[in-house]
Ligand binder design. Structure first.
Ligand code: ACK
Length: 305
């Protein structure tokens, strides 16, 4: 009995406003594995307010999912409904809750996560030596535009009383026309159980994004998201670098407490490094708000036009 949570043993409530007919979705390849289950690409036909056929991302449980994982996926869907739509977040499209496994259907981001996206655009050694940046490579203005869009998405989530708790380049997805979209903001995160020492699939430690008060006192607020945004800025300006390279977790506590912060990345303008340092202010009330950040990047963009 236990082994069938992903199937139809559970009768889920049907929300007419969001329900999608299963026949409209064809599941294609796997995009990845999340905390709770699987993310698949799907082809969708005849969705309202969408092109007649389009790609979607479908979140679903694994075959061996537990009741808790079902509850988490349902809670993520409910949070997405409450938060509402914004250009710079991954929006909910709808769900298939009836006559089969739960599908939570969200916007598909064709260019994948921002960390990978940036790494794939690192200049090749050839270009590097010749100092010739190809037309395809990214400029400082692109980086400022990415930062602006992410700050705008975070500003919106803040107005909806949403604290992300895991803001990082790996959780930004790159959409059509290179629109930055914040992902996984609806996850029910059990902060107490946060595994500080557990590495991500690419071997990095999520604790390296944590604000000093989140690290020491487990206090998570919009202002600790601002600290993480500073690390994300650093990731952008290092084209997907790994923060505090070579520094083990147990050293990080003392280093941060003593005031140590990461150096300015090469080719990073000093006004942007100043923003990073402000995001990493020990006193969370001294940090800029996402509204301040959005405005700063907006005026930088205007001056770079
Ligand atoms: O970082 P990734 O390559 O991009 O691996 C994760 C994985 O699924 C588990 O979350 C990818 N993914 C999640 N949501 C989407 C989406 N809406 N569009 C494209 N890829 C997605 C994500």
């Amino acid at each position: 009995i236990d082994s069938n949570i992903a199937e139809e043993l559970y009768e889920l409530p049907c929300d007419e406003e969001w329900e999608i007919n299963r026949a409209q979705i064809t599941i294609r390849e796997q995009l990845g594995e999340g905390a709770f289950g699987l993310v698949m690409r799907g082809d969708a036909v005849g969705l309202t307010d969408m092109p007649s056929t389009c790609s979607v991302a479908v979140k679903m449980l694994k075959a061996d999912a537990t009741e808790n994982e079902l509850a988490d996926l349902l809670s993520e869907m409910d949070t997405m409904k409450e938060i509402g739509r914004h250009k710079n977040i991954i929006n909910l499209i709808g769900a298939c809750t009836q006559h089969g496994p739960l599908f939570v259907v969200v916007e598909f981001a064709p260019h994948g996560n921002l960390r990978q996206f940036l790494r794939e655009r690192r200049p090749s050694e050839y270009q590097y030596n010749r100092l010739s940046y190809s037309a395809a490579s990214l400029t400082i203005r692109d980086f400022v535009s990415f930062a602006f869009q992410i700050a705008r998405g975070m500003e919106y989530l803040g107005t909806r009383k949403c604290v992300h708790r895991d803001l990082a380049a790996r959780n930004i997805l790159v959409g059509e026309d290179f629109v930055m979209k914040i992902a996984d903001f609806g996850l029910a995160r059990n902060v107490r159980d946060l595994e500080y020492y557990r590495k991500t699939t690419d071997g990095r430690l999520p604790i390296k994004w944590l604000a000093i008060e989140a690290l020491f006192d487990r206090v998570y607020t919009t202002q600790s998201d601002v600290w993480a945004f500073g690390i994300l800025l650093w990731e952008i300006f290092t084209l997907g670098g790994s923060p505090y390279p070579g520094i083990p977790v147990e050293k990080l506590f003392d280093l941060l407490k003593s005031g140590y912060r990461m150096q300015k990345p090469q080719n990073c303008p000093s006004d942007i490094y100043d923003i990073m340092l402000n995001c990493w202010d020990e006193n969370s009330t001294n940090r800029a708000s996402f509204t301040d950040l959005r405005k700063q990047f907006d005026s930088m963009l205007s001056s770079m036009a």
